[in-house]
Design a protein around this ligand. Structure first.
Ligand code: FRU
Length: 444
């Protein structure tokens, strides 16, 4: 079995990983907590929060897991905020971090609880008054995400599975506000800049699977567009965005997996990988109104260890332009009608993963029918016909993330090729399409 442990994506040292949790920026560090089980085979009643920190969203330092399961249940997904003003009363003058998470009981009951940390997230104390929201009868009431709402000067919590909004002055006592009318696990709600308009809209994320754009007045969310797909590939789920990130930037990360086969994909002494962190914004578009833009965070560029800049003719000759299993390809595709063109990744005689433009179907595509393994087959497409598409593809040991059109169309997927399938080549089925500005960056 090839070693699928990623070379630059986040994965746990051991055990099982699913959703990102507790994403918060505090004291110069981005915290990444995550649903963690000590065994590579997930056991829903033995979930903790795994923990890592980073100063640049690219290099992560593993820290001991926190929040062990207790009498109220297993520790399921949730969030963290920087309570700098000590609104919760848990801290002294300097404030600290407050986590809100779901206690999932063996009975199936789901309630929201709190924990606090005054040592930069290293150790946590669960609140003695837990749970703070929900009762022993509630089901499918989980994944709280909390943020500070400036205009109304209070904390807002959004909870799934049917989305519900609550408000609090102290993070302990929550009052029901409204139901946005959507339903998903791991909801998220945050303002985003509309590029070039100096205007902000709110994005409601349905588990990172779909999104709606609209207005939020501190009490209710009114959708103006969507829901649209976030990612057109199969393996991007349970996203969460960082609270309090510097310069007002909004960055999220997702679980690069799908529950349908997550329990069976090959493990690497651990199981589960995160996507690369993506910075978000909105752009006006003809077809969709305001559309979500996801760009790999600029810090990913610091992982480049070597860059190849082949001439356009060389890059599109069909010969291997690179051999490797952890790299980024940048290019501008110049597709011709009725052609299929793009890149073959992790290719050998028998295997290939293809990403590019399908002028027969009329749109962009990602194809893992021949990527290796049997669990994760599939062809994924999205309609559209343009004369040029910018493309950035991130390949790692067991995954591909392709960002077309400056982050307007994204495909994220796991692949499980043989260790020898390493070629990167260009293809154009009728030989007429081209690409320019091809760059390959080896990443570590
Ligand atoms: C989403 C999810 C959440 C839940 C967690 C349990 O993947 O099902 O709704 O809190 O995983 O691990």
């Amino acid at each position: 079995m090839p070693d699928y442990r990623p070379l630059y994506h986040f994965a746990p040292p051991t055990g099982w990983l699913n959703d990102p949790n507790g994403l918060v920026y505090h004291a110069g560090e981005y915290h990444l907590f995550y649903q963690w089980c000590p065994d590579v085979n997930v056991d829903g009643m033995r979930m903790y929060w795994g923990h890592a920190v980073s100063r640049d969203l690219a290099r992560w330092e593993h820290l001991p897991a926190v929040l062990e399961p207790d009498a109220l249940g297993s520790i399921w997904s949730g969030c963290a905020v920087d309570d700098a003003k000590n609104t919760s009363g848990f801290f002294g003058a300097g404030g600290g971090l407050v986590a809100a998470f779901t206690h999932h009981a063996a009975s199936g009951a789901e309630r929201q609880s709190l924990a606090h940390s005054s040592d930069r997230g290293r150790t946590w104390t669960k609140f003695a008054g837990n749970p703070v929201l929900g009762d022993e009868a509630t089901r499918n009431f989980r994944d709280p995400k909390v943020f500070w709402h400036e205009q109304t000067g209070r904390w807002i919590m959004i909870v799934g599975v049917p989305h519900k909004l609550y408000a609090s002055a102290n993070l302990r006592d929550w009052t029901f506000l409204s139901a946005p009318g959507f339903s998903s696990e791991c909801p998220d709600l945050f303002p985003l800049e509309v590029e070039g308009r100096g205007e902000r809209k709110w994005l409601l994320s349905l588990g990172g699977y779909r999104y709606a754009v609209g207005r939020f007045d501190g009490t209710s969310f009114a959708a103006e567009g969507g829901p649209h797909m976030v990612d057109n590939g199969p393996d991007f789920y349970a996203t969460q965005s960082w609270e309090h990130a510097p310069d007002g930037r909004r960055v999220w990360i997702g679980w690069l997996n799908h529950w349908r086969y997550a329990r069976e994909v090959p493990d690497f002494g651990a199981r589960g990988v995160m996507s690369i962190p993506r910075e978000l914004s909105l752009q006006p578009s003809d077809e969709r109104g305001l559309r979500l833009i996801q760009r790999p965070v600029r810090e990913m560029e610091s992982l480049r260890v070597e860059t190849l800049s082949p001439a356009d003719a060389e890059a599109t000759s069909g010969r291997a332009i690179y051999r490797g299993d952890a790299y980024e390809v940048e290019a501008t595709l110049l597709p011709e009608e009725w052609d299929r063109c793009g890149f073959r990744l992790r290719a050998s005689g028998a295997q290939e993963t293809r990403v590019g433009y399908d002028g027969v179907a009329g749109g962009l595509f990602f194809d893992r029918e021949r990527s290796g393994g049997t669990l994760t087959r599939g062809y994924y497409g999205v309609l559209g016909r343009k004369k040029r598409y910018t493309l950035r593809v991130f390949v790692d040991r067991g995954s591909v993330e392709a960002f077309f059109d400056d982050g307007a169309t994204v495909f994220s997927a796991q692949i499980f090729p043989d260790a020898e399938a390493l070629d990167l080549t260009w293809f154009s089925e009728n030989g007429k399409s081209g690409a320019e500005g091809v760059r390959v960056h080896a990443l570590r």
